[in-house]
Ligand binder design. Structure first.
Ligand SMILES: Nc1ncnc2c1ncn2[C@@H]1O[C@H](COP(=O)(O)OP(=O)(O)OP(=O)(O)O)[C@@H](O)[C@H]1O
Ligand SMILES: [Mg+2]
Length: 208
């Protein structure tokens, strides 16, 4: 089961890991964007971290929705509304729940990813965070359906996320600022795909 404490630990470690990777993410965004992705993510998640104590009485759905509001109001750029939508739709899917079994978790993650896809209109292959989020959602759904534990499912999800990040390198960007570069966006790793991978890794570590 994923408990509320796991979710709070996930958000805390995501904030720490995004802080550690702030310069790295910004470097990736310097090559094919406007050099702000690391700062954007750090700003949003450090604010989330300061609010974790306020979430003690909330259920998982309400926590994720509060995170969404914080990200939407602090991150800015393209990624703020997109990550905000992820947490909003994920939170809506698990409204009222104090813990999640595998099926509830898979449905939650899928709802978040579908929200990102609907909001940003990106599909896999467009060189965005969707290149990580969509294959990870598919892997989680399949593994849970096949009876894998949440821990094993997440270990596999990290491998899939890694592959998704690497697969963005040769792609030509079709969405967001990087798409203005056309062919010149090739041979660069997508920053948003990378931050998505880091956040998924944090959940796997919390659940292992
Ligand atoms: N339409 C989209 N759908 C999904 N992800 C997207 C989309 N557009 C951009 N992204 C993701 O957002 C990341 C860039 O996030 P960042 O925080 O740098 O915002 P930004 O593009 O600089 O925003 P702005 O253009 O408003 O300054 C990209 O690496 C990509 O993964
Ligand atoms: Mg940017």
């Amino acid at each position: 089961m994923i408990t509320k404490e796991h979710i709070l630990d996930w958000l805390r470690s995501s904030s720490d890991v995004l802080e550690e990777n702030r310069l790295y993410l910004t470097k990736l965004d310097t090559a094919i964007g406007d050099a702000d992705h690391g700062n954007n993510m750090h700003r949003g998640f450090s604010k989330v971290k300061t609010q974790l104590d306020d979430h003690a009485d909330k259920d998982i759905g309400a926590i994720l929705k509060a995170v969404a509001m914080t990200l939407i109001s602090t991150v800015g750029g393209a990624s703020g509304p997109l990550y905000g939508t992820f947490f909003l739709q994920a939170g809506t899917k698990v409204a009222g729940k104090e813990e999640l079994d595998g099926a509830a978790f898979a449905a939650m993650f899928r709802a978040g990813v579908d929200g990102v896809k609907m909001r940003g209109k990106a599909e896999p292959g467009d060189k965005t965070m969707v290149d990580v989020l969509e294959p990870v959602a598919e892997a989680i759904e399949k593994d849970i359906k096949d009876g894998k534990s949440i821990g094993a499912t997440l270990l596999h999800a990290v491998e899939v996320a890694d592959e998704g990040v690497k697969a963005t390198i040769p792609l030509i960007a079709k969405k967001g600022r990087a798409s203005y570069l056309g062919e010149r966006s090739k041979d660069h790793q997508d920053p948003g795909a990378t931050s998505s991978k880091l956040i998924i890794e944090c959940l796997s570590e919390v659940m292992s």
